[in-house]
Design a protein around this ligand. Structure first.
Ligand code: ADP
Ligand code: MG
Ligand code: ZN
Length: 476
């Protein structure tokens, strides 16, 4: 029997506000344990939470960016459970009245577009962090993260493959980063994903029993864990067994998921409205202000890059995956209006360099206007593309301008046809056997001759002229 996977993701994004969601403690990461705490986030009796307005604003940005309806009135609830990283004994979250519902995003997978619904987006507070001593029976708790604001984004079970889940996750990560509300770091846990997955016989409607996978801290793990879990469930069903609804933990070392606990139900948490916090009322004026100030979002930017610059969808996808990268690209175009040439150099040389160094675009070794200057030299044939690669590396290393490097190293392209004629003649005279073979039909040898001319000119001869002159001399 053929099965179809059904996937829904729950994403937690840590908001980049300066202070926590219900107190004035700093959210800065990496401080000494328990130094960013106060009676409110430590859950002392007799203190009251006060909602951080910035948290609401950031949540509104995300909700509007994903086409959600904003609820005029929403409410905070207490989600009760005991765990040592939760000093109050409950987490403040939104439950039956979340701030936003009914959103959607479009993602592209292998050239086709999928629409994925967003059930809800709500605000909540993060818990503290436990660390366990491997050698001793000791655990420590750090409450600096307690009360750091999160939004939870719950998707509809609209995703049908691990690749689509990855694409959806990437799309949401790009959006939160464009909005400047979250740094989107999966490895460091500021952007976390739990994946729910079930399978059903292809062509049927009813959903199968799902499992929820936790501990997915990279895009690769999300896709691998889903693949693993889909085949595991298939095997269970093939053996005439039944999938158990449970929470499973991805083990990146063993490349498998393992049962962690049976799935908790909402009633296990005894949710109830938090009596310390008033219902949250959002004025429509505020919504309109936030909507007006939204930046151009990744999907719109991508479409514009394709329409306005004639870029292939593949290029536009990469260039708009990061807002700063897109800006870098457009800054280059201010100095040279050759979109595809610029795109090739950004995707090839620049991103290649950054990846190799583990750096991001804001640490680019060459400014956009300097890269444009280099590409102008290619465009007006002062230097060849091959030489430009050498100049690029030298620019990245030394910080010198393209023109200066070209002059100092005497790299200007030889475009003087009589000079090239002479060099071609020398090469032709020096290789009589190859010339004979070429004339007898082995025209593939043209590459050999081009190579010889380039060697003689240390790569500086204009490749088009070399080709033309060689062909003419060889064919006479
Ligand atoms: P819970 O309250 O247990 O977290 P939700 O109904 O909020 O459950 O769903 C959580 C996530 O699981 C959502 O992203 C939803 O799309 C997904 N989901 C629900 N049912 C299924 C299913 N049968 N198969 C796969 N995913 C599912
Ligand atoms: Mg859930
Ligand atoms: Zn505090």
């Amino acid at each position: 029997m053929k099965f179809e996977p059904v996937i829904g993701l729950e994403i937690h994004a840590q908001l980049k506000t300066k202070t926590k969601i219900f107190c004035a403690c700093s959210t800065v990461f990496g401080a000494a344990p328990n130094t960013h705490t106060c009676p409110v986030c430590l859950g002392m009796p007799g203190v009251l939470p006060v909602l951080n307005k910035k948290v609401v604003e950031y949540t509104l940005r995300m909700a509007l960016a994903t086409g959600c309806d904003i609820e005029a009135v929403s409410r905070f609830a207490r989600k009760n459970y005991f765990y040592p990283d939760l000093p109050k004994g409950y987490q403040i979250s939104q439950y039956e009245l979340p701030i936003a519902r009914n959103g959607h995003v479009a993602v592209e997978v292998n050239g086709s577009t999928h629409h994925i619904g967003i059930t809800r987006i709500h605000m909540e507070e993060d818990a503290g962090k436990l660390s366990h001593d491997p050698g001793r029976p000791v655990s420590r708790v750090d409450f600096n993260r307690t009360g750091v604001p999160l939004i939870e984004i719950v998707s509809q079970p609209d995703i049908r493959s691990p690749e689509a889940a990855g694409a959806y996750l990437r799309q949401l990560r790009a959006i939160v980063r464009y909005l400047g509300i979250c740094d989107g770091n999966l490895e460091e846990g500021s952007f976390r994903c739990d994946a729910n997955v079930s399978i059903r016989p292809a062509g049927t409607e009813a959903f199968g029993t799902r499992t929820e996978i936790k501990n997915l801290n990279s895009f690769k793990h999300v896709e691998k864990a889903l693949q693993y879990e889909i085949s595991r469930q298939q095997e269970v069903l093939a053996d005439a067994g039944a999938v158990t609804q449970e929470t499973r933990l991805w083990d990146p070392e063993k490349n498998r998921t393992q049962s962690m606990r049976s799935k908790e139900e909402a009633h296990d948490y005894r949710y109830f409205p938090d009596p310390d916090l008033l219902p949250l009322v959002i004025e429509s004026d505020w919504i309109e202000t936030v909507r007006r100030d939204l930046p151009e979002l990744p999907a719109a930017k991508k479409k514009r890059f394709v329409d306005a610059y004639g870029l292939p969808s593949y290029d536009a996808d990469i260039l708009t995956s990061d807002r700063e990268l897109a800006t870098y690209f457009e800054d280059c175009l201010k100095n040279i209006s050759r979109p595809k040439l610029v795109s090739n150099w950004i995707m090839g040389s620049l991103l290649g360099w950054l990846n190799a160094q583990g750096k991001s675009i804001d640490q680019a070794p060459i400014s956009a206007s300097d890269l444009a200057q280099l590409l102008k030299l290619v465009d007006d044939e002062t230097i060849s593309g091959k030489i430009a690669k050498i100049v690029f590396d030298e620019m990245a290393r030394s910080g010198k301008s393209a023109r200066r490097i070209v002059e100092e190293k005497k790299l200007i392209q030889i475009s003087d046809s009589s000079a090239i004629e002479d060099i071609v003649s020398t090469v032709v005279d020096a290789n009589p056997a190859e010339v004979r073979a070429y004339r007898n039909g082995k025209t593939k040898l043209l590459g050999f001759f081009v190579g010889q001319v380039m060697k003689a000119t240390r790569g500086k001869a204009n490749p088009k002229l070399v080709n033309d002159i060689l062909k003419r001399q060889l064919e006479k």
